[in-house]
Write a protein that binds this ligand. Structure first.
Ligand code: ARG
Length: 561
């Protein structure tokens, strides 16, 4: 089922002979969609844009879809969807498991590199953003029909292992390790790191590990194993899975060859003993320090691993897009890696660094515990569920403890995810429990509650499971709601095109608002047939789109609240 903007784009493109550039109208006064493509063509052909728009209008055949289109301003064409068309589309969406969202004609292979915490360290709130945003983008792209490969690029290699191995061998507390492995590993790391006198030993243990010493290799593997078990608990609570978990160490055997090739091709060159990639031809990057791929002492670095990772992904998976999700501080790193890739290959996939800002406390400082240490993800999720339980208990004291804690889980985890996804990801945001758990406003609890309300109307109707009727529109709020429901596909495309989950949260919040207006003005259960069935179809569509939308954000719905 092609969507309205797709049909309009096709029609205008045929009449214009160039891309139609269909966009939603900013102001519904002018219509639902506008075509912006005429102006560019007029400029190119040096003709009057308004005259050209009128010519296009004369050739357009869109009577099935909309009211007669109009030319406005400097040469826009405005379209207002015809109620009969909206009714047909809504009926088709209601009968469709995918709610009228077609899969893309040409699926892309998309690698999404996200979460990627560092071994032997707790996942902190910074990793939560990568995990939540990455999971959402993966869900949306998969739903649109792309072939998505999610890859958790664990930080499982590096100089910290020298210190960890010294700590493990000499200062390990097995009881503490069994109780909270990551906390104990972190303690060992800090302890050794603080002791000047152990520097030499740590260096020696690291060298042994790098040489493949069996004992150290075993310890290293054990540390990774323990960390991964802890990470896995967090992923399970968040409902996040990965297709691959290829950590940095996976690429170790490839580094030497990659560096030699970059050297041989002249992409890298010696500078003060180190092997570096310079970007003299790049106006922005030429002012920065080069990307070092081998230090003077022969050691490889983070960037070396990323070059090898890129080569591996390209060779193995032939991706069309690779998306990296980290905080904004790694922007320069990825700009350099991408620029280096363009020197290495004639054609590279679409490489995107999807970065995000920091989470701040109410004073505008990076979020810390009272003791001043970074907030751990596990503690944050525990607190979210506890606070959600208090909210649910206050609202619904009569529910059983088990049901309440089930609801609290969905609401608490949902609130944390939604708070994150509803931000414009590139800016910092202030973390606030009361705000994210509010029953009013652009929050998960509000959306989950809106879903419960719509579902309950439907349940009371006694018409669950029946084929939906085609809606008709007597009140403007009905048409308005239906048109918004039909914007679900274009919203998902906008999320995927801009890597911005907040388009989806905004859409859902708007949907809940339009539903409220509809429900305040249009009685559903008390109305006569055929109006009753028509309105029930709108209720059903609203609930289904809310459920699907929340699911694509990685948030569970609940049936009572
Ligand atoms: N482990 C890194 C960190 O915590 C993130 C890795 C991101 N992915 C990559 N291919 N560099 O900062």
């Amino acid at each position: 089922m092609p969507s309205a903007p797709d049909i309009l784009a096709d029609a205008v493109e045929r009449a214009l002979g160039a891309p139609a550039m269909i966009r939603p109208c900013a102001d519904p006064k002018f219509g639902d969609y506008q075509a912006n493509g005429v102006m560019a063509v007029a400029k190119q052909r040096k003709t009057n844009p308004v005259a050209l728009a009128k010519e296009v209008l004369a050739k357009l055949d869109v009577a099935d879809v909309c009211e007669p289109p109009t030319v406005a301003g400097a040469g826009f064409i405005n379209f207002r969807l015809a109620p009969a068309f909206v009714a047909r589309q809504a009926a088709a969406a209601a009968a469709d498991e995918r709610l009228g969202v077609p899969t893309v004609a040409k699926p892309n292979t998309v690698v999404i590199d996200f979460s990627s915490p560092n071994v032997a360290k707790p996942m902190h709130v910074g990793h939560i953003r990568s995990t939540i945003i990455g999971d959402c983008l993966a869900r949306v792209m998969k739903f649109l029909g792309h072939r998505v490969i999610t890859d958790n690029h664990l930080g499982d290699w590096g100089t910290q292992f020298g210190m960890l191995i010294v700590g493990w061998k000499r200062f390990r507390d097995d009881k503490a390790l069994a109780h909270d492995p990551i906390a104990e590993l972190e303690r060992l790391y800090k302890y050794v790191n603080d002791r000047e006198d152990l520097r030499g030993d740590a260096k020696a243990e690291l060298a042994k590990l790098q040489r493949g010493d069996v004992e150290n290799h075993t310890i290293w593997q054990e540390i990774i194993e323990l960390s991964q078990q802890e990470f896995e608990k967090v992923y399970q609570r968040l409902g996040v899975t990965f297709d691959r978990t290829l950590g940095e160490s996976f690429y170790n055997p490839m580094l030497k060859e990659v560096v030699e090739e970059l050297d041989r091709l002249g992409i890298a060159r010696q500078s003060e003993g180190a092997l570096c990639i310079f970007f003299e031809d790049d106006p922005e990057l030429k002012k920065t320090a080069p990307l070092i791929i081998r230090k003077a002492d022969g050691a490889f670095l983070y960037g070396t691993t990323d070059m090898a990772t890129l080569k591996y992904r390209i060779d193995q998976w032939h991706p069309d897009e690779i998306i990296y999700i980290t905080d904004a501080r790694q922007q320069l790193h990825f700009k350099q890696v991408f620029a280096a890739a363009r020197k290495w290959w004639k054609q590279v996939p679409d490489l995107r660094h999807v970065y995000f800002g920091s989470i701040l406390d109410e004073d505008g400082k990076p979020l810390k515990t009272r003791e001043g240490t970074p907030v751990k993800l596990v503690d944050l999720l525990d607190e979210a569920e506890e606070r959600a339980l208090a909210v649910v208990t206050e609202k619904n004291p009569e529910l059983s403890a088990e049901v309440r804690s089930q609801i609290a889980r969905a609401v608490g985890i949902g609130a944390v995810k939604y708070a994150d996804l509803s931000q414009n990801r590139t800016t910092d945001y202030v973390f606030s429990w009361p705000k994210m758990l509010a029953m009013n406003g652009n929050t998960a609890p509000y959306m989950q509650y809106a879903y419960v309300r719509v579902q309950s109307i439907f349940r009371k109707s006694g018409r669950e499971g029946e084929a939906p009727a085609e809606p008709h529109f007597a009140h403007p709020a009905e048409l308005d709601l239906a048109k918004h429901i039909l914007r679900f596909p274009e919203t998902l495309h906008a999320v995927a095109d801009d890597d911005k989950p907040n388009w989806l949260t905004a859409y859902l919040y708007d949907l809940a608002g339009r539903f409220s207006v509809f429900y305040d003005n249009c009685p559903v259960l008390q109305s006569e047939e055929p109006t009753r069935s028509s309105r029930l179809t709108l209720c059903r569509l609203t609930a289904d789109v809310m459920k699907r939308g929340l699911n694509l954000l990685g948030i569970d719905v609940i049936e009572q609240m």
